[in-house]
Write a protein that binds this ligand. Structure first.
Ligand SMILES: NC(=O)c1ccc[n+]([C@@H]2O[C@H](COP(=O)([O-])OP(=O)(O)OC[C@H]3O[C@@H](n4cnc5c(N)ncnc54)[C@H](O)[C@@H]3O)[C@@H](O)[C@H]2O)c1
Length: 258
């Protein structure tokens, strides 16, 4: 028995920036391993196709389908939900994973367009995906998992990113309160400094990587699978009594860094 047997899920940002395993890819693979049908949504189709190949390699080719969409576009969000419902008859889970980072610096160093883009992708994108998904979930209830970041608490040099992630957490509580009566649970995960293609592409050095590991009270380096396992719990019926929470998955970094 899979923990998501019979469930239909959408994972946004289901590809990764490189062939490694990012948060969206790990969640998509884990949900499929646990029995869900998963719509692999990405702005860049080839990235989601790579995730589909990884499902194929595990013999899970019937569980995933690629759908190209940009979550900053309301019509594309509605189309992705229509695709999931058209293919598999319903929608149970939305993994709102899409998020972008920016170069470190204060707002004085930052072009206003970078700020606008950050809010559009990281906040409005999650709202639009939820807005499209909720009507389809109302029939049977559902679960939405939004991906934030511990940067919401540790904002130095990352004000735009941190502000967008703080908004994701407020969005989570708002949606949870407004849609509890629809039996739609909405929760949020705050990943810590996990090692993924997103940070590799941003130029992580071996030294910094080791410093991040040591900053964790557990002395561990987090991976996308840590985020995916927490997502699996919140997306599954095991969390039927849990809504509106923000769960740090950070090896304890927030305990000692705040
Ligand atoms: N990796 C980390 O260390 C870390 C830490 C904290 C939080 N996070 C959060 O995790 C989430 C992403 O993690 P990931 O590892 O999957 O990242 P990733 O960048 O490897 O993959 C994200 C995917 O999203 C896609 N995408 C980007 N913009 C899109 C859009 N507008 N519409 C549709 N798809 C789009 C990209 O093409 C990419 O394939 C983000 O919300 C990020 O803020 C990551």
């Amino acid at each position: 028995m899979g923990r998501l047997d019979g469930k239909v899920a959408i994972v946004t940002g289901a590809g990764s920036q490189t062939e490694g395993i990012g948060n969206g890819r790990a969640a998509a693979i884990l949900f499929a391993r646990e029995g869900a049908k998963v719509l692999l949504v990405d702005r860049v189709a080839e990235r989601a196709e790579e995730t589909a190949h990884q499902l194929q390699a595990e013999g899970l080719q019937d569980t995933g389908a690629v759908f190209q969409a940009d979550v900053t576009d309301a019509a594309q969000c509605r189309a992705m939900v229509e695709e999931a419902v058209g293919r598999w008859g319903k929608l149970d889970i939305l993994q709102n994973n899409v998020g972008i980072g920016a170069r470190a610096g204060t707002i004085l160093d930052m072009d206003d367009a970078v700020w606008e883009r950050m809010m559009r992708v990281n906040v409005t994108g999650m709202m639009l995906a939820a807005k499209a998904a909720i009507p389809a979930m109302k029939a049977n209830g559902g679960a939405i998992v939004n991906i934030s970041s511990i940067a919401a608490w540790l904002p130095r040099g990352l004000t735009a990113y941190a502000t967008s992630k703080g908004a994701v957490e407020a969005l989570t509580r708002g949606l949870a309160a407004d849609h509890a009566r629809d039996r739609i649970r909405v929760n949020c995960i705050e990943p810590g400094p996990v090692f993924t293609p997103m940070v590799q592409v941003a130029g992580m050095t071996d030294e910094l990587r080791e410093a991040r590991r040591r900053a964790s009270p557990l002395g561990l380096e987090g991976t996308a699978w840590d985020i995916a396992y927490a997502s699996l719990y919140l997306a599954s019926g095991e969390a039927r009594y849990v809504t509106g929470v923000v769960l740090p998955v950070d090896g304890g970094v927030l305990l000692t860094s705040r």
